[in-house]
Design a protein around this ligand. Structure first.
Ligand code: PEP
Length: 252
């Protein structure tokens, strides 16, 4: 049985006070939601305060990025040790906004995943194709490259600590969602890659989240797909009511 995960990626939104207020309000919702894990990913500045507010609750705190070095001359970057110090348990790696806005490569994703695992953080590794790539019929080729290179050199026990998020870039922040069937097809493909690279148990166990304009109105249809083990949500995770509705998705 794969326990569903509802994760909110707050991107560059929320001050410290707003993040703490949100966590305080979502804690009782998460407490009652035994059916799923709840994760929020505040911006770096609010991580420590959000993690302090979430302490002892069922809300886990993720960072949105990490550097692979333990320390060094990397202006603007943050290390795994700093994230642990702030109280994070998870870290999003390879989000499309980092790949496409900041030129993050699959090789860098791989270094970040290895560093996160070595430090004891659980990586949420994002993969997904651009619209042009889908239109050229290259979705599987892109997903395979991102998965194989991004997760190169990992053992099956390493992989068992990872979640994968399938986030078609054309669906992120655009209001354009993949249909549940399209998402499930991509998830099946990713599960197949997992089987090939890490074995049957890994394929059965890996939680693959869907991300891309997930909202309270469409989450039920997506979560009804056996292949979809959760959602990584941007815009609709910013309001408490909306995130609460996602946690208590229809059919949960
Ligand atoms: C995301 O940030 O990972 C995301 C999927 O954003 P949105 O839900 O706003 O499309």
């Amino acid at each position: 049985m794969r326990k569903p995960v509802i994760a909110g990626n707050w991107k560059m939104f929320k001050t410290i006070a707003e993040a703490v207020d949100f966590v305080d309000k979502i804690k009782p919702v998460a407490e009652k939601a035994g059916h799923c894990e709840v994760i929020v990913a505040p911006p770096f500045t609010a991580l420590a305060a959000a993690a302090k507010a979430a302490k002892g609750s069922k809300v886990a705190v993720a960072a949105q990025n990490v550097h692979w070095d333990k320390e060094g001359a990397h202006t603007g970057d943050v290390s795994t040790g700093m994230l642990l110090d702030a109280g994070c348990t998870h870290v999003i790696i390879g989000h499309s906004e980092r790949r496409h806005d900041c030129g993050e490569t699959d090789e860098q994703v791989n270094k970040k995943v290895k560093a996160a695992l070595a430090a004891g953080l659980a990586p949420i590794v994002c993969v997904g194709e651009l619209l042009a790539e889908r239109e050229k019929g290259e979705t599987e080729k892109v997903l395979e490259r991102q998965f194989v290179v991004g997760l190169a050199g990992l053992t099956a026990p390493d992989f068992s600590r990872i979640m994968v998020a399938y986030e078609p870039v054309w669906a992120i922040g655009t209001g354009r969602t993949a249909t549940p069937e399209m998402a499930a097809e991509a998830h099946r493909f990713i599960r197949g890659l997992t089987r090939r690279q890490f074995g049957e148990d890994a394929a059965k166990g890996v939680r693959i989240l869907y991300g891309g304009s997930v909202k309270p109105e469409n989450v039920g249809g997506l979560m009804a797909q056996e292949e979809i083990d959760g959602a990584l949500v941007g815009g609709a995770s910013l309001k408490v009511d909306s995130f609460a509705a996602l946690i208590n998705y229809p059919g949960a």
